[in-house]
Design a protein around this ligand. Structure first.
Ligand code: 73E
Length: 831
């Protein structure tokens, strides 16, 4: 209140309020002003980076105006808000998205060309904001876009890493990691030097008795680090709603604790403490679907969760409401178990700081949180060692024990004498050392638990969380199938296709209601429309071919079938099966006569994706792909019939030109391992077909588009256990085609076979855990069907158009609407 302008002066103030540019000249004026003043450059000294910066600053001003209005409106209305807590936000670039969401891109393209620049070149100057590993982080970014586009009052909370996911270079065929320092010029963030929170680690808990006889706890004597807020505006599409993403950065505390050390002359250790403080938000852990359990990661989690909750609670308290209203005003969604400590932290705030009774506090907590599970892979389920937590967060450990005690007591009352059940569902696993099972804590502390695709949500209920369904009943568990934002993944990535669709549907309303795509159905057999459609696909493939030529030197024919698998490299995603299939194709081509070869479909096999730096097997898979590409691409017998390409440093902005350029994309995880997948949705939405297993969202995609428009193969999730069992007991023989591939690798056709020993071992003595051999025959046979289908361009085009027309379900808008209705109980703010 004290910081607002006195009422009588506000009219003067409003007379000078910032306004948004609306036409070309006003835009140009803003750009030149920013280049000449904000950036201190001139028309004699303006390169593409300066021009990009000028355009970015001009659009940033527009965003800020809408953002201020949105935040004021939300504060005034004081409706329920949702807070999306995610350790990862894989935003990619902002400028193009901001121009499109504000529906000002055409004006800007025109305006900037009169100033001597091509907008594509400027857009290309921007560094990706790559604060995430893969699907989980990108999902968070799509959700922010949908929340704003649907006018929901929502905030994202995350960490402002100084280094995002590493940049991947391929050197001599191997992945090399290069740090991603992305902050030298970032016009899209605003430091809020007035918004800081002190966060404590270590220390001890002191118990004392209050005057009324109750026991209280203080956590004290620890090390304090400061969290500083950086805000990022999130514009909705075709609405002024602009939400806030708040990212915390760590700094040394300016509080008394550190002055003590300084004053006592302990400079060295004081400097070390400062560096330690900055380390917390320094780097994103580069592991997708793997839990490593490092202390610094736990520090990141608590630092971010504690700062965010402090902020959320502070905002709630300003409203002057009773604590019991908290769950009516606040919904907090946990993106996987990474923010699970928020449950414990809120309980701690309520009992230790706000003096609520345990039960009242716990009721509030368990009405506030929702937990989204993203994986069933055992190696990805977070477990924190008890000694580690004891040392870093002693009060939280006490509270976790207490939560567990009360929980186990209720279980015991309902299921007396079932000691094994108690052992199975305890938050504490009795291993050596003991560990805390974060997923169990998340379930117990949340109102709702959801998986991210139907199969996945069923699987968590029948496997890893089975006992909790028995205890809490089935209604606590629900499904929200993932989605992707059509603004970025159709309109921005594939402007030509978006324009063609708009022409047929009479406008761009489909970008706000993706089910309108079903209006394309009636054009699916129209020859002219098919030709326009496939011409766009061809030009997207040409653009990719040009990029491949420029970056790798490999010449690929844009008329060939482009077969793309881009995603993090992981054994469960089975890029190894794909490259084995490529080798098998290569061997078959080598055996053919010239006449037979002439009848084959030309293929370009394109791979891309990062391996976690410590994941040896994933790195070996990359090495095999690059080795095969060297041999195959230089074999004159093969020529254009087969090319193999590894795209370096796959990221969001590369996905934006890869998705529109596929004829076929691969989503071939071992059944039951890929929770959802989201690139499957992006590829189909861009008019590509997919080859895939009955896994994750592939199943629902099949249901929507029809099974004759997808190339499904392989065993089902329900078969997996038996198949693995058979491998363990040596009751299987390797698929003969796969045997041939392995023999060829071992002969040295792709270089020193010693390099690939691990891959072969995984298939043989390793027990073939991902069932490559079991699915291989069906995989190859299905690729043959793909070739046959590709030979009939009209029927292929029809399949693509019909598929796109049926993709309405997979918008992240639908997913967000489901969360709002079934989990958050959240209403949009009318704008
Ligand atoms: O299937 C994808 C899913 O589409 C799943 O593997 C991914 O989340 C996507 C969005 O729901 C995912 N990432 C992680 N777990 N599941 C993960 C785990 C630990 C660290 C980083 C990411």
């Amino acid at each position: 209140i004290e910081s607002s302008i006195p009422a009588p002066l506000r009219d003067t103030w409003k007379k000078f309020a910032a306004t948004e540019f609306k036409e070309k000249e006003a835009f140009q004026k803003e750009v030149v002003k920013h280049i000449e003043t904000t950036l201190a450059r001139s028309l004699y000294n303006c390169d593409e980076l300066a021009a990009y910066s000028g355009v970015a600053l001009a659009f940033r001003d527009r965003l800020i105006i809408d953002w201020n209005k949105t935040q004021q409106a939300h504060t005034l209305l004081d409706q329920k808000r949702v807070y999306y807590l995610s350790l990862e936000f894989l935003m990619g670039r902002t400028l193009d998205n901001a121009m499109l969401n504000q529906q000002m891109k055409d004006t800007a393209v025109d305006g900037i060309s009169e100033l001597g620049f091509r907008m594509e070149d400027l857009i290309d100057q921007e560094h990706d904001a790559a604060l995430g590993n893969g699907g989980l982080g990108r999902l968070a970014a799509c959700f922010l876009d949908s929340l704003a586009s649907l006018n929901f009052p929502a905030w994202g909370y995350g960490l402002r890493y100084r280094y995002g996911i590493f940049k991947q270079e391929i050197i001599d065929g191997y992945q090399v990691e290069v740090p991603d320092y992305w902050l030298d010029f970032n016009p899209w963030e605003f430091p809020r030097h007035d918004i800081t929170v002190d966060i404590m680690f270590y220390g001890h808990v002191r118990k004392y008795t209050e005057e009324d006889g109750r026991t209280s706890h203080v956590w004290e004597g620890g090390e304090v680090v400061q969290a500083l807020a950086y805000d990022v505006p999130i514009p909705g599409y075709g609405t002024p709603t602009t939400n806030n993403l708040r990212l915390w950065s760590s700094k040394p505390s300016t509080g008394e604790f550190d002055f003590q050390k300084f004053n006592s002359g302990d400079y060295e250790s004081s400097v070390r403490d400062q560096q330690r403080a900055e380390t917390i938000s320094a780097v994103l852990y580069p592991n997708d679907n793997i839990d490593v359990g490092k202390e610094l990661r736990l520090k990141q989690q608590y630092f971010w969760v504690a700062a965010s909750l402090y902020d959320i609670v502070r905002r709630f308290k300003k409203s002057g409401r009773a604590w019991s209203d908290f769950p009516e005003q606040v919904a907090i969604q946990l993106n996987d178990t990474h923010p699970t400590l928020a449950i414990v932290e809120l309980q701690r705030i309520l009992i230790d700081k706000e003096q609520l009774d345990w039960d009242d506090a716990w009721n509030i907590v368990t009405q506030t949180f929702g937990y989204t599970n993203h994986t069933v892979l055992p190696e990805a389920l977070e477990k924190w060692s008890v000694p580690l937590v004891q040392n870093l967060l002693p009060r939280h450990l006490q509270i976790i024990y207490e939560i567990n005690l009360y929980f186990l007591q209720t279980v015991e009352r309902r299921f007396p004498k079932d000691r094994d059940l108690l052992r199975r569902v305890s938050i504490i696993e009795e291993s050596n050392p003991q560990v805390i099972r974060m997923a169990y804590l998340a379930i117990i502390g949340s109102k709702k638990v959801n998986g991210v695709a139907e199969l996945h949500s069923d699987l968590i209920k029948s496997t890893i969380f089975k006992d909790f369904v028995t205890i809490f009943g089935p209604d606590k568990f629900t499904n929200v199938t993932n989605g992707v934002t059509p603004r970025r993944w159709l309109h921005q990535a594939n402007p030509k296709l978006s324009a063609l669709i708009a022409e047929k549907l009479g406008g761009y309303q489909f970008l706000k209601d993706l089910t309108l795509l079903n209006g394309l159905e009636k054009w699916a057999d129209d020859k002219d429309f098919q030709r326009e459609w496939m011409d766009i696909k061809y030009s997207n493939k040409q653009r990719l071919a040009k990029y491949i030529k420029e970056t790798t030197g490999i010449a690929v024919n844009p008329h060939a079938l482009f077969d793309i698998q881009v995603k993090r490299i992981h054994e469960y995603k089975r890029q190894q099966m794909n490259i084995f299939g490529v080798i098998s194709r290569y061997l078959a081509l080598k055996k053919m006569t010239k006449a037979e070869r002439a009848k084959q479909v030309q293929r370009v096999s394109i791979f891309g994706g990062k391996a976690a730096p410590g994941y040896w097997m994933a790195k070996t898979i990359i090495r095999l792909i690059t080795a095969v590409s060297e041999v195959v691409n230089n074999d004159i017998d093969v020529g254009d019939l087969l090319k193999v390409v590894f795209i370096e440093d796959y990221n969001v902005s590369k996905a934006e030109f890869l998705c529109p350029a596929s004829d076929l994309s691969e989503h071939i995880s071992t059944a039951g391992t890929e929770a959802s997948g989201t690139s499957n949705m992006k590829f189909v939405l861009n008019g590509g077909l997919i080859i895939g297993t009955c896994d994750g969202a592939n199943i629902e995609i099949t249901r929507e588009i029809g099974e004759d428009r997808i190339f499904l193969f392989g065993h089902l999730a329900e078969d997996v256990e038996d198949l693995r069992h058979a491998h363990r007991y040596g009751k299987t023989e390797m698929d003969p085609a796969l045997r041939e591939v392995c023999d060829e690798i071992q002969k040295g056709t792709f270089g020193d076979p010693g390099i690939f020993g691990g891959l072969i071992h995984a298939l043989t003595d390793g027990g073939d855990y991902y069932l490559v051999s079991d699915d291989f025959a069906s995989y190859l046979a299905t690729h043959k069907l793909v070739d046959e289908a590709f030979k009939d361009p009209q029927s292929w085009a029809n399949k693509c158009i019909m598929s796109v027309s049926a993709m309405g379900f997979f918008t992240s808008d639908r997913a967000i609407q489901e969360y709002a209705e079934n989990i958050w109980n959240l209403e949009p703010v009318p704008m």
